[in-house]
Write a protein that binds this ligand. Structure first.
Ligand code: AMP
Length: 281
């Protein structure tokens, strides 16, 4: 595995693959890698000739009171994991390499899809994601890019961005990887105290209970009320617990496929999860 920290180095490393018309698979991450990220890398390895993974903690997608400064940075450990899992090129640019010294005057706002859920709670977050992902796509020029369904709204935003701006990449979503107790793997799980870590799997347990209730024909409104109550009773402070269509439109009844979304805090740690529920199963 090669490690590149500059855009020129990355281009030079990718040049032979490009001239041989090899397929390039790209996995953008913020590092502190775990099995969830590795699932994306393995999927890229499975279908692409060359696998590129970026590790970049993107300052412009963090709000002023969020955890940019304390976000876990574990590049050496990440590098070992990536080499073991078939990554060919690790791209880990500095903030200066990514954004340069001149002020950035261009923004990318993907409307509508970013209005609710995490977009409402984290103003500017998805603009920051759209900008960095577009920059990374231009640097790597991948054939395929892999994103986790854990960040379902982010995946929808990227798919829309690629479609609207004709970015020549095929975006693939990868299912959520969970710990044995059901907690969706996340770099932020490391912030949890042992007590909070015991409570955290209740998000997924509550989502599964909600699914069960919907399958037993309880109304969506009541199921969402119960979901919120079970999270609050477990000790979470809820940012949102909502149902949407797979395309993120609002829904009022379980009369089609839906996705349940939760963002909830334990102490200062904000956890997100979602569950896709098919109407016909
Ligand atoms: P992050 O480093 O948190 O920005 O995540 C990088 C990519 O890994 C994103 O596409 C995430 O959706 C994906 N990812 C993070 N955690 C998981 C997980 N538990 N299962 C599947 N994908 C994940």
């Amino acid at each position: 595995m090669k490690t590149e920290t500059s855009i020129q180095g990355l281009s030079a490393s990718l040049a032979p693959a490009r001239s041989a018309r090899k397929t390039i698979g790209f996995v953008p991450t913020m590092g502190n890698l775990h099995e969830g990220h590795m699932q994306l890398v393995r999927e890229a390895r499975r279908i692409c000739d060359v696998v590129v993974v970026s590790v970049f903690v993107n300052p412009i997608q963090f709000g002023p009171n969020e955890d940019f400064a304390s976000y876990p940075r574990t590049l050496e450990q990440d590098s070992h994991l990536l080499a073991e899992n078939g990554c060919d090129i690790l791209f880990s640019p500095s903030v200066e390499q990514m954004y340069g010294k001149q002020p950035r005057l261009t923004n990318i706002a993907v409307n509508l899809l970013t209005e609710g859920l995490c977009g409402a709670q984290r103003p500017g977050h998805f603009d920051g994601v759209a900008v960095v992902v577009t920059k990374l796509f231009n640097m790597v020029q991948p054939t395929y890019a892999f994103f986790g369904q854990k960040d379902y709204q982010q995946l929808a935003v990227i798919q829309q961005l690629v479609q609207d701006l004709n970015i020549p990449v095929e975006v693939r979503g990868v299912p959520i990887v969970r710990a044995e107790d059901g907690l969706a793997l996340s770099s932020r799980n490391g912030y949890l105290t042992p007590e909070q870590r015991q409570i955290a799997p209740k998000i997924y347990a509550s989502l599964l209970a909600a699914q069960q209730q919907l399958k037993q024909s309880e109304s969506l409104t009541i199921v969402l009320e119960k979901l919120r109550k079970s999270l609050t009773d477990a000790g979470f402070v809820i940012d949102y617990a909502e149902a949407r269509s797979p395309q993120l439109q609002t829904v009022t009844a379980f009369d089609q496929d839906i996705v349940l979304f939760v963002a909830a805090k334990l102490g200062n740690t904000r956890l997100i999860d979602n569950l896709q529920i098919r109407y016909t199963d």
